[in-house]
Design a protein around this ligand. Structure first.
Ligand SMILES: [Zn+2]
Length: 682
């Protein structure tokens, strides 16, 4: 029993764990968990919290923590051995969670606990956790008759395979496309590194010229920079018809896949007793009903569209006057926006970056957090998975430990891209003592480099800084929780459309002069960020914000209507998209545009009847931040209230209640519109 993955005392034993430990540890923990489940099922005693929930939480937590360590290592120090070990155990772990979610005996125990006299003596957090469990059992089909359960399972299996097919089609269609430019003149406007990469790709294929594809690093710069408009049109057409009946290969046409996905979703909703799939999707979200979401989106659209129209008129005007273009097409939009942006806000990311050396940025971030939440963050040490990783303690003013976090900032080989927060340990009461929360904060920023023989600190772009604040916001939600029940502690049990509140909220500080003044220091001269440069950044922040805003609303409304009352037998996906566009959009889409056929968020991912969540959470975070604007952005009283009513509560009560306890009223859309520069002068 020398397996370090099974040693769950304290922090993960990163120095000792290797791929060879995974299989035996996870098999041991799965067996342990199943034994507990069987014992519970056989137990004839009265259902109480301590007899049912605690032992199951304990054993599931052991599994989650060990598996979480493996998943984390697989993401940040990937190796062929680790990947095999992870993939090797993934089906068994998934299988266990599915079993649990449909276990009728466990479901009966939870129901008995809900009905017992004991229930009224449970804490509010325990009661909320229990409600969530019962809901999730129902949504997993635990309450269905045997026949319906079998059908439910078959439908879920077919759905997940269709969603995967949907994604494969999009990817295959994108992979199959290549356009070789043979004349150098057609490359005009493209950045040098993009041209070099295109040449390299052509050489790899043994071809003349420059190869362009539909993958982001090739497609995006073409749309943004290529002066030669037929090149933009060629790529745009291929991109927006991929995986449709207008695409290059009928095998990858997603039309039938989409139809079947929608049918199966409707069937799932009907089996579980919902009127449509959107209602089922909202059962775990903060929004109450599809009608509420649709009304929300339409109200936003009505407010944002005039600003989008102004943005569009500016682009048309610019195209006519400066570029002699008589007509603006969909494939000109990104190009024109880039040209206009350059004209108006002449500053580069690189110029800004010189003012954001890592030590200054971290100190600035910690200063904000320490000031508003009254905590102290200090470097600590423990074993990690890489020499670049740092570890910190978060303590209250009286020195008591709140939680700890690992910070892994730099991109490197074998580390998954992107930025995320994940939990290593979740706060809970266990055997009478408090277990402190521990978070992983992972980013992929450029590492420090030597220049003229000297090491310089890592320099962050302003976008990097925003990303860091965002993930730190998720981290604080996890770390500052005061909940003692595993299921609703920290981000656990928080509604899906509210979980981005604390993270998006933190981004706002990156646009505050009072914050930036203390967070910037030119890497060579030591100067703080010049006010004039900051003003340009601010002005550029809302450039074309109206058009970006309505584009999000267009996708959101399409998604919501499609999953609410779309006529599956006679309706047309394209007609619905056209309707939504005529209501919301300002860009004239060409008739060949088939965006829905590659809308992976809703057909290949978890966002079905949920795409609106982006805007929904933005309303919450902007309105929460407005409370700080009203009181002074670094106001410790407002911070203490936000900590107490929102962050500390985690999932222990509905997000709306937490929000209202903090703000004293329901969420208001005005601050978001104002932050996007979309408020008419009074
Ligand atoms: Zn986030």
């Amino acid at each position: 029993m020398n397996n370090p993955l099974l040693d769950l005392s304290g922090l993960p034993k990163f120095a000792a764990v290797n791929a060879g430990h995974v299989k035996s540890a996870i098999e041991t923990l799965l067996a342990e968990a199943r034994a507990v489940v069987e014992k519970l099922a056989a137990d004839q005693g009265a259902a109480s919290w301590d007899a049912v929930v605690t032992p199951l939480d304990d054993v599931n937590e052991r599994l989650s923590r060990a598996w979480g360590t493996v998943g984390h290592l697989n993401a940040v120090v990937n190796s062929p051995e680790l990947r095999d070990a992870y993939n090797g155990m993934l089906p068994a772990v998934t299988q266990y969670w599915t079993e649990i979610s449909q276990n009728e005996t466990l479901f009966a125990k939870y129901k008995a606990l809900r009905a017992s006299p004991d229930h009224s003596r449970l804490s509010a957090a325990q009661q909320k956790s229990l409600e969530n469990e019962l809901r999730d059992f129902r949504l997993s089909g635990a309450e269905l008759s045997a026949d319906n359960k079998a059908r439910f399972m078959a439908v879920q299996e077919e759905l997940s395979s269709l969603m995967s097919t949907f994604n494969d089609h999009v990817l295959d269609a994108a992979n199959a496309f290549a356009h070789y430019v043979l004349s150098e003149a057609e490359l005009s406007g493209l950045p040098g590194d993009v041209i070099a990469a295109a040449r390299e790709s052509a050489v790899k294929d043994g071809k003349e010229g420059w190869k362009f594809t539909l993958h982001a690093p090739s497609y995006m710069p073409v749309m943004q920079y290529a002066d030669f408009h037929p090149l933009r049109e060629r790529l745009y057409r291929a991109y927006t018809t991929r995986a449709s009946e207008l695409g290059s290969n009928p095998e990858w046409d997603n039309s039938a896949t989409i139809q079947r996905i929608l049918e199966l979703r409707a069937e799932t909703a009907a089996l579980l007793g919902f009127g449509n799939y959107a209602e089922l999707s909202l059962a775990t979200k903060m929004a109450d009903s599809p009608a509420e979401v649709i009304a929300f989106l339409r109200e936003m659209a009505a407010r944002a569209k005039p600003f989008a129209e102004t943005d569009w008129a500016e682009l048309e005007d610019f195209a006519r006057r400066e570029l002699n273009m008589a007509q603006v097409n969909a494939w000109d939009v990104a190009y024109l926006a880039e040209k206009l942006r350059e004209r108006r806000y002449a500053f580069s990311d690189n110029e800004v970056k010189q003012y954001f050396p890592e030590p200054q940025v971290l100190a600035g971030l910690f200063r904000v957090v320490e000031t508003i939440y009254g905590v102290k963050i200090s470097a600590a040490s423990t074993e990690t998975w890489h020499a670049d990783v740092r570890f910190f303690d978060v303590r209250n003013g009286d020195g008591s430990l709140v939680g700890q976090f690992y910070l892994d900032l730099y991109a490197r080989d074998a580390k998954r891209g992107g930025a995320w927060m994940d939990d290593a340990v979740t706060r809970r009461r266990k055997n009478g003592a408090i277990q402190h929360p521990v978070a992983y904060l992972t980013c992929n920023f450029a590492a420090p480099v030597a220049q003229n023989g000297q090491m310089r600190p890592a320099l962050f772009t302003h976008d990097d800084v925003i990303t860091l604040f965002h993930e730190f916001g998720h981290g604080l939600h996890h770390l500052l929780t005061e909940v003692e029940e595993l299921g609703v502690s920290g981000i656990n049990g928080v509604e899906w459309d509210a979980v981005e509140l604390p993270s998006q909220f933190m981004e706002n500080f990156c646009w505050e002069w009072d914050v930036l003044k203390h967070m910037t220091r030119h890497v060579d001269t030591g100067e703080t960020l010049p006010r004039a440069l900051f003003d340009k950044m601010l002005a550029a922040r809302n450039f074309q914000a109206g058009m970006a805003f309505v584009r999000q609303l267009e996708f959101s409304l399409f998604d919501m209507l499609l999953h609410t009352d779309f006529d599956l037998a006679g309706g047309s996906l394209l007609a619905l998209m056209d309707e939504v566009r005529s209501e919301v959009a300002v860009v004239p889409y060409p008739s060949f545009n088939r965006t829905a056929h590659a809308f992976g968020h809703i057909f290949g991912g978890g966002y079905a009847a949920g795409y609106y969540s982006y805007k929904w959470a933005e309303v919450l975070s902007a309105d929460a931040y407005a409370a700080f604007e009203e009181s002074g952005v670094l106001n410790a009283d407002t911070g203490a209230r936000f900590r107490r009513e929102v962050l500390a509560r985690g999932g222990s009560r509905p997000a709306l209640e937490s929000f209202m306890a903090f703000r004293g009223r329901k969420p208001d859309i005005e601050p978001l519109l104002r932050h996007n520069g979309m408020k008419l002068a009074a």
